[in-house]
Design a protein around this ligand. Structure first.
Ligand SMILES: [Zn+2]
Length: 339
């Protein structure tokens, strides 16, 4: 098969487009012909050697394609069926897996990090990771669902319990996950205040349903959120940017507010004013993707209720260019590789 492989860590040019041995489906596995694979920030961290240092490595966590072969013991899938993969491999045995909290599995692995991912023509996946692709979406759109929408769903719906009438602050609304969060918050009847940089990205956040979009380069976020909510603040804050936005995100959080965070692109170390935090009955949720049950529930909503935002599709051979686009921060929504 053809694959975009890293054999050393570094800048985008370490991604090599090569002939590579085909994976074989083991017992309980499905072999998938990858048709599209969406990029995530994690791809950049892995490429740089900052996560899962395994080499050689085939990146790519968000995978959509077609079934080409079934390993022994697998039934219920037909060759040619269009599928999208749940992005995490879990042990199925630990206390978290047994209790339906697979995203906390003690042995959790992610496609494109600890195991080979979707920057390739073929990937072998455990049967329990394989889900039917929603009707009416393209492979590029389907590949844009798993990490962004599942994580946003887990944060807003499962952990923060967003309710009608609440206000959600979506930090970084123009990213793949931000564009998912805006839609999910709206779907649950919340008012959405998003942040984005520049007029073009702000308008696109409004088009997705954000009620107000603040320019994070020009406006004081917490002050504006308080102004828009009669001083109350945001009931839910959706965070994935990290150190750069953390102080304003906390200042924007209402009494009894819930903040969920799933990333730290701009830095890992932050401070917390403990007295304000407990006195205002606030909650912080650390979150990592979501569960297969949430993924199943979520996929049904792509029949008209939710839509993916595909920024740009590159051929697999141009994976390095796709990485450069993500690093420049020019994109709105998901960057996808067509395979
Ligand atoms: Zn487990």
């Amino acid at each position: 098969m053809k694959a975009a492989v890293i054999r050393k860590h570094g800048e985008p040019d370490v991604i090599e487009y090569l002939e590579w041995p085909d994976p074989r489906p083991g017992p309980g596995e499905v072999l998938v012909r990858v048709r599209a694979c969406a990029l995530n920030r994690r791809d950049i961290w892995v490429r740089r050697g900052l996560r899962d240092k395994r080499l050689p490595n085939i990146l790519g966590t968000d995978i959509a394609g077609e079934v080409v072969a079934l390993g022994s013991g697998v039934n219920g899938w037909t060759v040619g069926q269009k599928v999208v993969l749940y992005p995490a491999l879990t042990c199925g045995r630990c206390a978290f897996c047994r209790s339906g909290a697979e995203n906390s599995c003690v042995e959790i692995k992610i496609f494109g990090a600890a195991v080979d991912g979707g920057y390739a023509e073929l990937v072998a996946a455990p049967e329990q990771n394989v889900f039917a692709m929603p009707e009416g979406v393209t492979f590029s759109e389907a590949a844009s669902i798993p990490v962004a929408f599942l994580t946003a769903w887990h944060m807003l719906v499962t952990r923060c319990g967003v309710r009608p009438g609440e206000t959600v602050l979506v930090v970084g609304g123009s990213s793949g996950i931000g564009s998912a969060a805006i839609q999910i918050a709206r779907l649950f009847g919340a008012a959405v205040v998003a942040t984005a940089g520049g007029d073009g990205k702000r308008q696109r956040c409004r088009d997705l349903g954000a009620d107000h979009v603040l320019d994070h380069y020009k406006q004081p976020i917490a002050e504006e959120v308080r102004r828009l909510t009669d001083g109350r603040g945001a009931d839910v804050v959706f965070e994935h940017v990290g150190a750069a936005t953390w102080p304003e995100s906390l200042r924007a959080l209402a009494r009894r507010g819930r903040l969920a965070i799933c990333g730290q692109t701009t830095g890992n170390e932050v401070t917390l004013d403990l007295m304000r935090f407990f006195a205002q009955n606030q909650t912080i949720h650390g979150t990592f993707i979501g569960t297969p049950a949430e993924f199943f529930e979520l996929l049904r909503l792509f029949a008209g209720r939710l839509r993916t935002v595909v920024d740009h599709v590159f051929p697999l051979a141009e994976a390095a260019q796709a990485h450069r686009r993500m690093e420049r921060g020019e994109h709105f929504g998901k960057i996808v590789l067509s395979v």
